[in-house]
Write a protein that binds this ligand. Structure first.
Ligand code: BYC
Length: 326
């Protein structure tokens, strides 16, 4: 059992597969072996892993935007340098993840087209604006914290190229977390105005962060299969609980208030209880109707158009480097 999810039942979507091959595949996964691109895999496994890696890659590339808008306004040269390095890392993560996704047969260009057309999903959190410098601090601390919980688990997953990409990504995320925490502590121990700015940013980001781990287990569409095939190593609710366990005490330590009067750890169950974080808003945002979805995609489309001539020049088939004669 994973939270409310039972994974004992036969998985749906594999009825057409050769039962012997399927059994062998599932045994490999049960033994903890990695599945590599040229290994046999059920079509549904390929589809699910591709869906997840692709969404993750898009999240990294769109995720660079809310913080990226603060590079020119970062307070001081050192913070500007650190923020630039972080944003660059996030875009690098997208490159690693697009490469991992390509091993499953979908060309990168098609993935980018699906992102730009609005067909593909990416993480809900990046459809909200970063209104102040404190918002960037909360993103770098708490969203990166959530991402580390999710990704250190997924890094133990069954698909080799994704697991290996995540190992490297997690190392870089650990730096981002420290950078974010340093910014949060600076604001929390600053002037009353700075503390207020931080509190207001936390108020704005709390709900999106609760949504970040995905819908509650009973609403999750894919968890059952993904857990069975060890693509996901914990359910959405379990990851949310891990995050609350690790970070609620740290947030309280800084003297901040979490904007949920019902948040408490039930001493009997050992689980956090919280107000319903408005799952209707979550579905609206991930389906293209959040506060910044249109703006985020417009920026990416502009970048795509402005970079088109570079791609053409690099990929032009008759373009050869000719040694100068003199
Ligand atoms: N946002 O069946 P479910 C970063 C969708 S970026 C949007 O539970 P699953 C960073 C889900 O796709 C790191 N959509 O899904 C970068 C599905 O829709 P479809 C981002 C979401 O896959 C820059 C439907 O809801 N991390 O760290 O079992 C700066 C049903 O959900 C979300 C990843 O991408 C969401 N939050 O579990 C700073 C991690 N949640 O496809 C930081 C990789 C759910 O049926 N992904 N949906 O149309 C995962 O681990 C899993 O996909 C999730 C969801 C846990 C997120």
């Amino acid at each position: 059992m994973y939270g409310n999810l039972s994974i004992a039942e036969p998985v749906r979507g594999v009825e057409q597969e050769d039962p012997e091959k399927l059994a062998e595949f599932e045994e490999r996964i049960a033994r903890g072996e990695k599945i590599e691109p040229h290994d046999w895999m059920p079509r549904e496994y390929r589809r699910q892993v591709l869906r997840m890696i692709e969404q993750h890659a898009h999240s990294e590339i769109i995720g660079a935007l809310p913080e990226g808008t603060w590079i020119t306004r970062a307070p001081g040269f050192r913070r500007k340098l650190a923020l630039m390095a972080k944003v660059q890392d996030e875009v690098g993560h997208a490159q690693l993840l697009y490469s991992a996704a390509e091993t499953l047969g979908k060309p990168r260009e098609q993935m980018i087209n699906d992102l730009l057309s609005g067909k593909a999903k990416y993480s809900n959190v990046f459809n909200y604006p970063a209104l102040t410098w404190a918002d960037t601090a909360i993103i770098a601390w708490l969203i990166d914290a959530g991402a580390i919980i999710n990704q250190t688990l997924n890094a133990k997953g069954s698909y080799g190229p994704y697991a290996r990409a995540l190992e490297r990504i997690c190392k870089e995320e650990a730096f981002h977390l420290k950078y974010g925490y340093d910014n949060v502590v600076t604001l929390a121990s600053g002037t009353p105005r700075q503390r207020q700015m931080l509190q207001e940013a936390l108020n704005r980001w709390w709900k999106p962060i609760m949504h970040f781990f995905g819908p509650p287990d009973h609403m999750s569409v894919h968890s059952e299969k993904l857990l069975r095939w060890k693509v996901k190593m914990a359910s959405n609710d379990e990851m949310r609980q891990m995050f609350l366990d690790a970070y609620v005490p740290k947030i309280w330590e800084l003297g901040l208030t979490i904007p949920d009067p019902n948040l408490r750890k039930n001493p009997e169950t050992g689980r956090w209880e919280y107000s319903d974080p408005d799952w209707d808003e979550f579905w609206r945002v991930i389906n293209g109707n959040g506060p910044c979805n249109r703006e985020r995609l417009a920026v990416r489309r502009m970048a795509d158009e402005l970079g088109a001539w570079v791609r053409r020049a690099l990929l032009k088939p008759d373009h050869r480097y000719v040694e100068p004669l003199f």
